[in-house]
Ligand binder design. Structure first.
Ligand code: ADP
Ligand code: MG
Length: 479
């Protein structure tokens, strides 16, 4: 297996979050009754003309600027001809030779300390097709044309990825970026963000690319990783058996966790692209680009650098906190309430909070613990009201809806015991009850100190200040 290297390039379709369609005024809202949101233009009725949605162009430019790409000042829409029931015009309006967004790049870190630049070949505007519905009527296929004409940005990567993990990190990066830019809602279940993966393998050291298969029908990052891994293994096995990979489109079947041939290259369409005579070329000026660039929000990469440089966070934590807008916003909100608890906040958000959200299947925006509540908890640790260990209990109680940290600490009597008289009394009792261990300690067995700390903490129900306990114990145990 290790003689082989895998090569992956992704084509991502992001539905742009415009209110109306790319060439008509029909609504793009998801979930309406079938065929209530396709107008004469979307249906390709004779005598109607498409009119380009300016906002879709602006969104494509936003993306282009964010990936440092060349923006073409002159770009052209082309007709891509094929026949399918959910494509009423018999062609899809897309871009071919002159896309709006040219070569650009993003950076990914698939694992701690690993940084890679991934090239983006192009990103172009096109219209989505309708939907064929195969599971509603027995023996028949339903057609819902509501989606026809929804603007898509197709983002094509270079074949720069070498593992499923890298491909997922790249897809997540693009997902995060389009959401930061507010050009796509990123909903993979509803199909607003779709990934097709092109996968090939070659012998290590080989320069030439192997024959690729294109994987479709992948609707989560988890499935993306699985589909690619399955496909890599399938292709390596074929090669090792002396057979060859055929260029084809394969569907991922999540239930069986495998890919299946859908159509081979021989059956592939000849799209007969030509410039759409109904649409004028798109002209984009330097002023348009400058205006859009000036209005960009802080992007994940910039945010990450700021977290590292100004807040002193580790590269890895900064990457995780900025991976999506909502997490970064949560962190920044909490930091506003507890400005000197930066490192603690990062650890709790990425550790306890992320774990709890994961177990409950919740997004951070639905977390029962608000940023303000978490900030208060951090402050109670830092001002020694409670220990880190008790903080876990308070966190759990906040999660269960018992109120804010201070209320819980009060109600449950969790305040740390810092009164030295009280701590001394506890220690005296423990020492008196364990003469054997005292002797062992005095005979040089340092480890026994841990036993005493444990006993005192237990007697105090975890509320004694551990630092103080250690200090006083050492003093009292001295021979
Ligand atoms: P098409 O238009 O037929 O889909 P492209 O040449 O535009 O083909 O490539 C589509 C995607 O496939 C791109 O993301 C590209 O990086 C990737 N790709 C092309 N050749 C290979 C290969 N041999 N192995 C893996 N990925 C590839
Ligand atoms: Mg393709």
């Amino acid at each position: 297996m290790s003689d082989w290297e895998s090569v992956i390039g992704l084509e991502i379709h992001a539905q742009l979050a415009t209110r109306s369609k790319i060439f008509s005024g029909a609504s793009t809202a998801f979930g309406a009754e079938p065929n209530t949101q396709a107008c004469a233009v979307d249906l390709g009725m004779p005598g109607v003309l498409p009119v380009l949605n300016r906002e879709a162009v602006n969104m494509a430019i936003r993306f282009g600027v964010a990936i440092d790409a060349e923006i073409d000042h002159h770009s052209v829409f082309a007709r891509k001809n094929y026949f399918y029931p959910d494509l009423p015009k018999g062609y899809q309006i897309s871009q071919y030779e002159l896309p709006i967004v040219g070569k650009g790049h993003v950076f990914i870190s698939p694992s701690e300390g690993e940084h890679l630049e991934i090239g983006i070949t192009r990103a172009h505007l096109e219209e989505d097709a309708g939907k064929s519905i195969h599971d509603l009527f027995p023996e028949q296929t339903g057609i819902d044309l509501n989606r026809a004409g929804t603007p898509l940005l197709e983002i094509v990567s270079e074949p720069d990825m070498r593992s499923a993990k890298q491909a997922v990190a790249y897809a997540r990066k693009i997902h995060s970026l389009v959401r930061y830019l507010e050009i796509c809602d990123g909903n993979m279940q509803e199909g607003s963000f779709r990934c097709d993966a092109n996968v090939s393998v070659r012998r290590k050291g080989e320069q030439k690319l192997g024959t690729r298969a294109e994987l479709k029908n992948i609707n989560s990052f988890r499935f993306l990783e699985r589909a690619i891994n399955f496909e890599i293994e399938r292709q390596i096995n074929l090669n090792e058996d002396g057979a060859s990979v055929v260029q084809e489109t394969r569907l991922y079947d999540a239930e069986r966790d495998e890919t299946r041939s859908m159509r081979s290259k021989e059956e592939a369409n000849d799209y007969r692209y030509f410039p759409d005579p109904d649409l004028l070329p798109v002209v984009i000026t330097d002023a348009d680009i400058a205006r859009i660039r000036d209005a960009l929000p802080e992007l994940p990469e910039q945010k990450k650098q700021r977290y590292i440089n100004d807040l002193g966070l580790s590269d890895y934590n900064a990457e995780l906190l900025t991976a999506n807008r909502e997490t970064a916003a949560y962190f920044e909100d909490a930091l506003g309430d507890a400005p000197d608890q930066c490192a603690q906040l990062a650890n709790w958000i990425l550790g306890d909070l992320a774990g709890a959200l994961n177990r409950a299947g919740l997004e951070i925006t639905a977390a029962p613990i608000t940023p303000t509540m978490l900030a208060q908890l951090m402050q109670r640790i830092s001002d020694n009201t409670i220990s880190g260990k008790i903080a876990k209990e308070v966190f759990e109680a906040m999660w269960q809806g018992e109120g804010a940290a201070d209320d819980i600490i009060e109600a449950r009597g969790l305040k740390q015991i810092t009164d030295s008289g009280a701590i001394e009394a506890l220690i005296d009792a423990v020492i008196a009850a364990n003469p054997g261990q005292v002797e062992q300690f005095r005979a040089g067995k340092e480890k026994v100190l841990g036993f005493f700390v444990g006993q005192v903490m237990k007697q105090s129900q975890g509320k004694a200040n551990p630092g103080q306990v250690n200090q006083v114990l050492r003093d009292k145990l001295k021979p």
